[in-house]
Unconditional design. Structure first.
Length: 654
């Protein structure tokens, strides 16, 4: 016969077995510290022998643990706290623990009570950004340990402290805005009780002591989207051109209200946040912020709790530093000019941003990631570059792209293989930016080119310049590009599909991918693709009459011009070619310089005589002069020699 169903043991049966009242059993179950130890022992013995409680509360009491930890946050709707929760939950689950979550709703007067109640049901406690006073926090930690406190200083037990360096984070955002030419900044503050807000203020004060040009005004804010939305008018009334927000939620609310008010961000006002919550990159415009390791904070909180419960608590506090994520919500101050903001350099001329450098870090590996300029515009705002176009995803604005460097593609996409054709190979390298500095209209960069295995192939010093010039009655601007490639790590052979047998495909060097224009291409050898492709004309003009735009490209004055690679019918992309029909060799320790000057004019010019006269006037013989650029936490490359070409290289471009 089947066994009879198991009948649930009641609290009355436990009381009868133990010889005590039901109230005494209840007090023991609720961990009332005033229960007589002898009575408590009888109740726990009865619980164990009768196997009381389907929720296993009894067994947990007997074992002295519940396999549950409590997480207390001031506002669970905040994505920052959600990130901590995700990391904590994942790591605790791996060790068989569950979470009990309590949201104080920013009610500081109830915070300690809520934390104590949550801890009474669990084995340990995690407090995230508690708002209570330092004395109350110390008292709570003493009574409710083991505990970990995220984003708050803990005087009584520094080992319980797990934090983000928000002093540094606030300085990062403010320094970024100062580098963009902003001097009057607004700080949209956090909750008054927030310790993290005090850290941000401290960081901004320290920056002000180092940068006397900083004029900082502090405005009340909060921690929620609604608070940022409500603060927009006060921000505008402050006269600030840049805003540091306590967190991303404030910044997102501020952006929404500014959009309603018709304020141009970042043209009129730059906005930065802190935390890099998931919505930050999808804001309009995408939000510049400081990324903090939310998930890792949660994971580390669990590891510290686990060690403390095992009797081996941490011996020191742990702090993380954030990383600046520069996006489109910050730009040059309205009155500034030249290259600004080394983090994501932008060139402002004639009252507008005319060029922006992208690091290429987010470019897919098969597209040969590299820094590039995009968008590049005329002074009137016509965009002259294209990036990731559908026809050739690996075309990235204006940059240095070479299809074959000792067998590694720094061009992207398919590789031409003799006898086979174009195939996708796992040979894509990347250009890593190691150092950058700006000085007025001059931008200097130091890069290392890495092969598909991450090994260094060569070092590059790059200079990009910009200045406004006058052409008759018109204002235009000049863009200068110089790249010095040095064989620091061994001899180099540069190739192209043409050097492997694909006739006419000698591309590679400084390459300018234009948008889909109905353009006319003119050189000293005539107009049209047939005359331009392979021409050694010292200049090449791309003109779109419908857009009243001309981009006159000029090779540096000096050595014999390189052949122009020019595509017009299939797509619009041009540049002087390094390896036209034979490989280009650079001996170990030697260098080769690539260069291009461009006049961007808001007028259609197709007359070859006028173009030749403009080229004669504006072409430059400037050569790059490498200087030391600070490199942080990266290997220092040897300084390259003066620009030279080996005999083999000279012969390759005859």
């Amino acid at each position: 016969m089947p066994n009879p169903p198991h009948r649930q043991v009641t609290i009355a049966q436990v009381a009868e077995y133990a010889g005590v009242s039901q109230a005494s059993v209840s007090r023991v179950l609720n961990r009332n510290q005033k229960v007589d130890p002898a009575i408590s022992a009888k109740v726990l013995d009865a619980i164990e022998k009768l196997d009381y409680s389907p929720s296993q509360t009894a067994r947990n009491l007997v074992r002295g643990r519940s396999n549950t930890i409590a997480l207390v946050v001031p506002d669970l709707a905040n994505p920052m706290f959600q990130g901590v929760l995700a990391g904590l939950s994942r790591e605790a689950d791996r060790d068989g623990y569950r979470l009990l979550i309590a949201d104080t709703g920013e009610r500081v007067e109830h915070e300690a009570e809520i934390a104590r109640e949550a801890r009474s049901r669990c084995d340990a406690l995690v407090l995230v950004s508690p708002r209570m006073s330092a004395d109350r926090l110390d008292e709570l930690i003493a009574r409710c340990g083991p505990a970990v406190v995220v984003n708050r200083r803990v005087d009584r037990d520094p080992a319980a402290e797990l934090s983000v360096d928000y002093e540094h984070a606030a300085r990062l955002i403010a320094e970024h805005l100062l580098d963009l030419g902003h001097t009057r900044l607004a700080y949209l503050a956090g909750p008054a009780q927030s310790f993290a807000d005090k850290l941000r203020r401290r960081g901004l004060a320290a920056l002000g002591a180092m940068r006397p040009e900083l004029d900082l005004v502090e405005l009340p804010g909060g921690s929620r989207v609604e608070d940022g939305f409500a603060a927009a008018e006060a921000v505008l009334a402050s006269g600030a051109t840049g805003v540091v927000c306590f967190n991303d939620l404030l910044a997102l609310g501020l952006l929404a209200r500014l959009r309603e008010l018709g304020v141009d961000v970042p043209g009129d006002l730059s906005v930065g946040g802190i935390d890099d919550v998931p919505l930050a990159r999808f804001a309009a415009p995408p939000l510049t912020t400081v990324s903090v390791p939310r998930d890792e904070l949660g994971a580390q909180a669990w590891r510290r709790l686990r060690d403390a419960m095992a009797g081996t608590p941490a011996t020191h506090p742990l702090s993380f530093r954030g990383i600046l994520e520069v996006r489109a919500s910050t730009g040059p101050a309205p009155e500034s000019s030249g290259w600004l903001a080394p983090g994501r350099p932008q060139l402002r001329l004639g009252g507008r941003v005319v060029a922006r450098i992208e690091s290429g870090d987010d470019v897919d590996a098969v597209l040969s990631p590299r820094p590039y300029l995009h968008p590049v515009t005329t002074l009137a705002g016509t965009v002259t570059t294209d990036t990731l176009p559908a026809d050739h995803l690996h075309h990235l604005g204006l940059g240095v792209a070479l299809p074959d460097v000792n067998g590694t593609s720094h061009w992207g996409g398919r590789t031409y293989v003799r006898g086979t054709g174009s195939v996708m190979l796992a040979n894509h390298g990347r250009q890593r930016r190691d150092g950058v500095e700006v000085e007025g209209g001059l931008l200097r960069e130091r890069l290392t080119w890495l092969d598909e295995h991450g090994a260094a192939q060569l070092g590059e010093h790059r200079e990009t310049t910009g200045e406004v010039v006058r052409v008759g009655a018109d204002e235009a601007w000049m863009l200068g590009w110089r790249s010095l490639l040095t064989a620091n790590f061994g001899a180099l052979e540069f190739g192209s599909p043409a050097t492997k047998g694909r006739v006419g495909a000698g591309y590679g060097g400084v390459f300018w991918r234009f948008p889909d224009w109905a353009a006319t291409v003119v050189t000293a050898d005539g107009a049209g693709e047939d005359n331009a492709h392979g021409s050694r004309s010292p200049w090449l003009a791309v003109t779109d009459a419908s857009r009243a735009t001309t981009v006159l490209l000029m090779q540096p004055v000096g050595p014999r011009p390189r052949p122009w690679f020019a595509r017009v019918a299939e797509y619009l992309g041009v540049g002087p070619a390094l390896a036209w029909d034979e490989p280009f060799h650079v001996a170990e320790g030697d260098s080769v310089e690539l260069g291009l000057d461009a006049l961007l004019l808001d007028r259609a010019v197709v007359d070859p005589d006028e173009l030749a006269a403009l080229a004669l006037r504006f072409a430059s013989g400037r050569r790059i002069r490498p200087v030391s650029i600070p490199v942080a936490s990266l290997p220092v490359l040897p300084e390259p020699p003066e620009p030279t070409e080996t005999p083999a290289a000279q012969g390759a471009v005859r």
